[in-house]
Design a protein around this ligand. Structure first.
Ligand code: AMP
Ligand code: MG
Length: 647
């Protein structure tokens, strides 16, 4: 036998080399964990909400426990009144009691008699039906006349007709909600055996992590995974215990992992799984228990650096650091195991079929998950890829679901009919679909629609992507800001038949710099650029090819390529951030963005942000609501306050 340390390093070596398929990794993980005994506990009904039943529950009694009247009226023998009618009333003598709820009858209903009975009252001996009070008339003080034919069993709920004694009431694995609690209470059950929720410890790793609520220092980011994973554990039957973020320090991390695992059934870490020098968690796992690492590296995208381990019977997982990757791998690979440990059935996700309007490139050899937003096309659902890369978090909130691209495919061609797994039980098609270039001003206009209960989906694909979607009739409006070099005008030259222009607002573009910078303070745009070019220490930040702003920058530079020219971010905000953070000294962005971060601003030219409206969709209520909102005083005032100039 190999000594322990050697055995471990051989194991690690192997893990480092071998990337498992999604199916192999999951199968290995489950095989190391199951079968296992699911711990159970007895809970009072009042504390059972959200728990999973550990055993089938059989009804101990009949519900209702006796034959019961459904109406206020009279308990009768149906044979007595089988032939009654408006023209032939039947007279019945009244027995000397009234049966209320909770009153046990004492007198028998003999032929030719009736007993007054309230809704919920137990049927007396001899009676087999109830006549509604509305279908009778008093006949003196001790008799009634019945004017309606009555059949056996009329207005009677028989004992056990709701729940029969011995019937399987609820199945093991059912999550107890208010309806289940109602059924249990109706049977008189005060306590249930439920699966004890697995306690799952959550640790985020990374020197850069700060908890939400705390101030963010330079180069820090907020611990997003901690919050995501904690919530996802609770959503899937676990009880999450958050241990915050631990720095990338082997001694501290090992102590934190041991402490967390001691009181938990499972440990979920995130970050530090890339096989770089700072990545320690997987090394520590090797020392925590047997058999240790099952998979380190799974052919998933996002999510390749996922690490799955079992340490002395407890699952220990390291999710990738990027929040979207962490979320996908958690849902795809960890949730099935967590649910089994929690005594829950596998999650059943709703699926729909939808057409993909654009080609989606995919990495060969990895099962790829792509988040999509669903919109209604002409006669089918359209699934827009909404991912912004595995580092992005908003894509999750805006997506309706995801589609999967097989490991053996290197792309999904445009026009593919794909199966979309929904994040929600049903497709929610938005009332208004806006596809194109995003602007923070848009949110100020759509706020009114949201207040009116209309759902708005805004998909940011850039001006040209929006125009293409509008031409295909996949959106109501495409926000665009496209400059036409030849006519030196915005937007109108880009419209085609079926589209019309709705003026939006103007955005002043100009040079941004840090306030107090003498090279830029108080001078015009041309002089500012001249001063920047004259100073070899001055660094600029550019924009991406194709951006309207880029055309302006290139004109100003007149062919010069100063330091920073190749730094070409894709958004106005990124330009402002680069200057504010001293990575660059000047760049070009729009006034509202410059002012929001407190930068100096030299105005240069106005950009027109307008909407290409799909004429065929003009009369849809949500479109009309949008056009009204756009013209409303409130929205115009809000746009002006934010630094835009409504058209
Ligand atoms: P790592 O695997 O630690 O190299 O992390 C990969 C990326 O994910 C880095 O950009 C990290 O800053 C980021 N990251 C790691 N953990 C978290 C977290 N808890 N919340 C948000 N981002 C994270
Ligand atoms: Mg890290």
């Amino acid at each position: 036998m190999m000594p322990r340390s050697q055995e471990r390093s051989a194991l690690e070596q192997e893990q480092f080399l071998k990337i498992l398929s999604r199916e192999e990794a999951l199968a290995g993980f489950e095989a190391a964990l199951f079968p296992r005994v699911i711990p159970i506990e007895l809970r009072k009904l009042a504390d059972a909400l959200g728990a999973a039943l550990a055993q089938d529950v059989t009804a101990p009694i009949d519900v209702p426990p006796f034959d019961r009247s459904n109406v206020d009226g009279f308990a009768v023998r149906s044979a007595d009144v089988a032939a009654a009618g408006e023209g032939e009333p039947v007279r019945l003598g009244l027995n000397g009691e009234t049966i209320h709820c909770g009153t046990a009858p004492t007198l028998q209903v003999a032929a030719g008699t009736a007993t007054a009975i309230a809704t919920g009252g137990p049927l007396p001996r001899g009676a087999d039906a109830v006549v509604m009070v509305e279908h009778t008339q008093p006949a003196g003080s001790d008799a009634i006349e019945v004017r309606r034919a009555t059949s056996p069993g009329q207005f009677v709920s028989y004992a056990g007709s709701d729940i029969a004694r011995g019937e399987a009431l609820l199945r093991a694995g059912t999550i107890i909600g208010s309806r289940e609690i109602g059924m249990l209470a109706a049977c008189g059950i005060a306590e249930v055996t439920v699966a004890r929720k697995p306690v799952v410890a959550v640790i985020s790793t990374g020197d850069e992590l700060v908890q939400p609520g705390q101030p963010l220092a330079a180069a820090d980011i907020y611990d997003t995974n901690g919050a995501i994973v904690t919530a996802a554990i609770d959503e899937n039957g676990g009880e999450a215990v958050s241990h915050g973020a631990v720095p990338d320090d082997e001694v501290k991390l090992e102590a934190a992992m041991r402490r967390a695992l001691a009181d938990a059934d499972m440990l979920v870490l995130s970050g530090g799984t890339s096989k770089g020098a700072g990545d320690l968690s997987h090394r520590i796992i090797g020392r925590l228990g047997q058999p240790g690492i099952i998979a380190h590296g799974v052919a998933l995208k996002p999510g390749k650096p996922l690490c799955l381990a079992v340490c002395d019977g407890k699952p220990v997982v390291i999710l990738p650091g990027f929040p979207t990757s962490a979320m996908f791998t958690f849902h795809d690979m960890i949730v099935p195991v967590l649910r089994r440990m929690a005594g829950l059935p596998p999650r059943s996700d709703a699926r729909v079929s939808a057409t993909v309007p654009v080609r989606i490139a995919s990495e060969l050899g990895r099962t790829e998950f792509v988040m999509v937003s669903l919109v209604e096309g002409k006669d089918r659902l359209i699934a827009y890829p909404s991912g912004k890369g595995s580092g992005a978090i908003t894509s999750f909130a805006q997506a309706d679901g995801f589609l999967r691209i097989d490991a053996l495919a290197d792309q999904m061609p445009a026009g593919t009919e794909a199966e979309v797994t929904l994040f929600t039980p049903h497709v929610r098609v938005p009332d208004l679909v806006i596809v194109g270039s995003h602007c923070t001003g848009l949110d100020l206009v759509t706020a009114e629609l949201a207040q009116a209960g209309l759902t708005v989906r805004s998909i940011a694909v850039g001006s040209l992507g929006g125009l293409a979607a509008a031409k295909r009739g996949e959106c109501d409006l495409a926000p665009i800001h496209l400059f036409d070099d030849q006519s030196e005008t915005y937007n109108t030259p880009y419209l085609v038949e079926g589209l019309e222009l709705v003026p939006g607002w103007r955005r002043m573009q100009g040079i941004v710099f840090r306030k107090g910078d003498k090279r830029f303070e108080g001078v015009g745009a041309k002089d500012a650029v001249a001063a920047a070019l004259a100073d070899p220490a001055c660094i600029m930040v550019n924009r991406n090819q194709g951006a309207g702003t880029r055309i302006l920058i290139d004109r100003l530079l007149g062919g010069a390529r100063p330091e920073g020219y190749w730094n070409q971010p894709r958004s106005h905000n990124a330009v402002a951030a680069a200057v504010a953070q001293h990575r660059a000294d000047w760049g070009m962005t729009i006034a509202p963005v410059a002012h929001a971060v407190g930068l100096g601003f030299i105005p240069l030219a106005e950009e027109h942000y307008d909407f290409a409206l799909v004429t065929a969709r003009k009369d849809r209520p949500a479109v009309r609501a949008f056009l009204n909102a756009l013209r409303s005083e409130d929205a115009r005032a809000a746009l002006e306050r934010a630094g835009f100039r409504p058209a």
